[in-house]
Design a protein around this ligand. Sequence first.
Ligand SMILES: [Zn+2]
Ligand SMILES: [Zn+2]
Length: 277
Amino acid sequence: MILGVHAWVARGLDAVLGEAREHGLGVLQTLPYRRHHPPTEDEQAAFRRERAALGLKTLLIHSRYAPALASSHRTLRARSQAHLTNELRLAAGLGGDAYVVHAGPYSPGSDAETGLKLFADAVLRGAGESGFPGAILIENVPGGGRRLGGTLEDLARLLDALPARVTAGACLDTAHAWAAGYELSTAEGALRFASRAHRLLGDRVRAFHLNDSLAQVHSHRESHWHLGKGRLGLEGLRVLLEREEYADLPAILETPKEPGADAENLKVARGLSTLSR
Ligand SMILES: [Zn+2]
Ligand SMILES: [Zn+2]
């Protein structure tokens, strides 16, 4: 995998690219805008120029607004749709290669089938309205309750519901998979996960989020932590990093941003496999 970090947009777009420069990264993830400060067209153009000069291979834009795109609530869904389209336009303006989004829950009294359909419709519409030329990646979530996208089966069904003209794929988060019940702490568990992902999603797996977790397996709780310092450990991560079919995929660390932590986590990930770079 090609390693990257989730760069903080709070310090501005210059600082975002500075993180790639600092760590010598080929890939990077960030949010589409700073709170209350969507980038102007000039700022977007400057960012694209600087990114090109930097030679960053892949830029992922992660949705900032937690969308309720699977909701049956008309007003809520309309608002979420507007946010999605707006974020996809910004992702295009920033030159993002992929946009990462979570499915969110379906409404009480509704069902998963309906929620999946509503979400797929929203993604289709957002792709059309925004003209975002990159890939829309649906990320697995900790799952539980009415939350969609906790399982690889959910991701496959969501992607199957999208027409081929939408470039879509899956982004697999190790901490979320762990929270959803996949035993990624052992080599056997990670191998089972990878085989299942291969069978259900094939080459639609387009990115990874590499995180350890302080939460228990199957807890449906999200608690991202430094690689090798949480309950997930390194044995399973090594198995994923060793997979040939993932060798060229972006892998983003979303571990806590304490001073020096990104450098340390990158070192740990690079040390796990010759295929991680
Ligand atoms: Zn996410
Ligand atoms: Zn993630």
